[in-house]
Design a protein around this ligand. Structure first.
Ligand code: TRP
Length: 439
C-alpha cells in the first residue's frame, strides 16, 4: 500500500498546500472559500483523481499513449498534449517559488531575520524579488536539481523519505499553528478561517476553489495517469485516493492555521497575494522558542515538498518527449531543462518593478499561476472525466476502478451518475462562466 501512496503523496503535497492554499484562501474570503474548497475537493476532484488512476492503471502508459490506446484514431490523445503544455506552465512559476524557499532557507541558516520587524521583513522580500539576480539563480538551481533527480532515477529513493518527511511536516505545522493561535490577536485568524461569511461566495470564489483543488491534488494534466500506473492491480484505489486527499487537505489546513493567526497578529493583509507566507512566517519564527532551528527545518521541508512535486511535473514532460520522439531520456531531459529554465527565468524577472513582462497589467508569474489552475487544469480535468465516463468502455472502467467489483461496488452507480452527469454539467457551467468573464 505504501509505495503508491508515498509516490502520489509526494506529488500532491507541495507548494500548493503550504504556499498557494493560504494565499488564495486569503484573497477569496477565508472560511467561505474553504467551505467551497471542501465541497469541490470531494465531489469533483476526488472522482477525477479516481478517473485518472483508472486510465493510468489500465493502460500503464504515459498520458498521451494511454488515450491513444483506449481511443485509437480519435482526437482524445490531444488531452495528453495539453497536459504537457500545462506541465511547462506550472513548472515555470513553481520553480520560482521553490527558489524563494531556498533563499529563505539560506537566510534562516544565516540568522538574517533576527530582529527584523514586520515592515523590514516585507521590505526585505520586496528588494530580494526586485533585485532579479538572486531569484533567478535560485530558480535555476531548483530546475537543475529537479532535472537531475528525474534523470538519475532516484525518485523512488526520495519517495521512500516522503513517508517520514510528510508526517514531520504535519507535526511541525501543528506546532506552528498552536504557537500562532496563542499570539495576541491570533484568534481573529482562526475565525477568518472557520467562520464563513456566506455573502462572500461568488462564482469567482468557486472557480478559484476548484482551480486550487486541481492544483493541490495534481489533477487535470495526466500526472495522476502516470502515477496511477504505479498502483498495484490488487490495491484499492478508493483507499489510495481517500488517503491522499485527506493528507493533502490536512497539510493545507494546518498551513492556514499556522499562517492566518499570525497574519492578523502582525497586521499583514490577508490579501497580500503570493508573498503571503514569506512575509508572515519569519515573524512567527522570531517569537517562537527554538525559532532559529524551526525555521531552518521548515524551509528545508518546504523545499523537499516542492521538489517531490516538481519531479512529477518534469516526469510528465520527460516521458512524453522521450517516448514520442523516440529518443533516450537523457536527451529528453537535455531538451526540456533549458526550455523550463527559460520560461521560469522570465517568470522570476517578471516580478521586478518596471518589468516589461506584463500583459494587461499583470506579470507573467501571476498569469501562469492563474492560467494553469483556473483554466488549464479544470479544462483538462473536464475532458478526462468525460473520457472516463463516456468514451472508455464502461465494463473496463468498472473493473479497473473497483478491482472487478471488489471495492466500492455499492456506491458505484451513484459514482457513475456523478462522473457522467453532475461533474461535467457543473464544470462546464463554471468554465463557460469563466469565458464569459474574459470576453
Ligand atoms: N500538487 C502539487 C502541489 O500542491 C503541484 C503539482 C505537482 C501539480 N504535479 C502536478 C499540479 C500536476 C497540477 C498537476 O504543490
Amino acid at each position: 500500500m505504501f509505495g503508491a501512496v508515498a509516490a502520489v503523496g509526494g506529488s500532491v503535497v507541495g507548494l500548493g498546500n503550504i504556499w498557494r492554499f493560504p494565499y488564495v484562501a486569503g484573497e477569496n474570503g477565508g472560511a467561505a472559500f474553504i467551505l467551497v474548497y471542501l465541497c469541490v475537493s470531494f465531489l469533483i476532484a476526488v472522482p477525477i483523481m479516481l478517473s485518472e488512476f483508472s486510465i493510468g492503471r489500465s493502460t500503464r502508459r504515459n498520458p498521451y499513449r494511454a488515450f491513444k490506446k483506449l481511443a485509437p484514431g480519435t482526437a482524445w490523445p490531444a488531452i495528453g498534449y495539453m497536459g504537457v503544455f500545462t506541465a511547462f506552465v506550472i513548472l515555470s512559476f513553481y520553480s520560482v517559488v521553490a527558489g524563494w524557499a531556498l533563499e529563505f532557507l539560506r537566510s534562516s541558516v544565516m540568522g538574517e531575520f533576527a530582529g527584523m520587524g514586520a515592515a523590514d521583513i516585507r521590505a526585505n522580500f520586496d528588494s530580494f524579488v526586485a533585485g532579479g539576480t538572486m531569484p533567478v539563480i535560485w530558480t535555476l538551481i531548483f530546475v537543475f536539481m529537479t532535472a537531475f533527480i528525474v534523470l538519475s532515477g532516484v525518485e523512488k529513493g526520495i519517495e521512500r523519505y516522503t513517508k517520514i518527511l510528510m508526517p514531520a511536516m504535519a507535526v511541525l505545522l501543528l506546532g506552528m499553528a498552536i504557537n500562532s493561535s496563542m499570539l495576541p490577536g491570533g484568534m481573529e485568524g482562526i475565525s477568518f478561517l472557520f467562520r464563513p461569511d456566506f455573502s462572500k461566495i461568488s462564482p469567482s470564489v468557486v472557480l478559484q476553489a476548484m482551480g486550487q483543488a486541481f492544483f493541490s491534488l495534481s489533477l487535470g494534466m495526466g500526472a495522476m495517469i502516470t502515477y496511477g500506473s504505479y498502483i498495484k492491480k490488487e490495491q484499492n484505489m478508493f483507499k489510495v485516493a481517500g488517503t491522499v486527499a485527506l493528507s493533502d487537505l490536512s497539510i493545507a489546513i494546518l498551513s492556514g492555521l499556522a499562517i492566518f493567526p499570525a497574519v492578523f497578529a502582525f497586521g499583514v493583509s490577508p490579501t497580500s497575494g503570493p508573498e503571503l507566507i514569506f512575509i508572515t512566517l519569519p515573524m512567527v519564527f522570531q517569537q517562537m522558542v527554538g525559532g532559529y532551528f524551526i525555521s531552518i527545518i521548515f524551509f528545508f521541508l518546504v523545499f523537499v515538498a516542492a521538489i517531490t512535486s516538481s519531479i512529477s511535473l518534469f516526469e510528465v514532460i520527460t516521458a512524453y518527449v522521450s517516448e514520442e520522439m523516440r529518443i533516450p531520456r537523457i536527451k529528453a531531459v537535455a531538451i526540456n531543462t533549458p526550455l523550463v529554465m527559460i520560461t521560469s527565468v522570465f517568470c522570476a524577472l517578471s516580478q521586478m518593478p518596471d518589468s516589461p513582462l506584463l500583459i494587461g497589467g499583470r506579470n507573467l508569474f501571476d498569469i501562469f499561476d492563474n492560467l494553469s489552475s483556473v483554466y488549464l487544469l479544470p479544462i483538462g480535468g473536464l475532458f478526462i472525466v468525460l473520457f472516463a465516463g463516456w468514451v472508455m468502455k464502461p465494463s473496463a472502467f468498472h473493473d479497473e476502478l473497483t478491482n472487478r467489483g471488489l471495492y466500492g461496488e455499492r456506491m458505484y452507480p451513484a459514482f457513475r451518475v456523478l462522473m457522467r452527469y453532475a461533474i461535467p454539467v457543473v464544470m462546464t457551467t463554471l468554465i463557460l462562466f469563466l469565458t464569459g468573464m474574459v470576453l
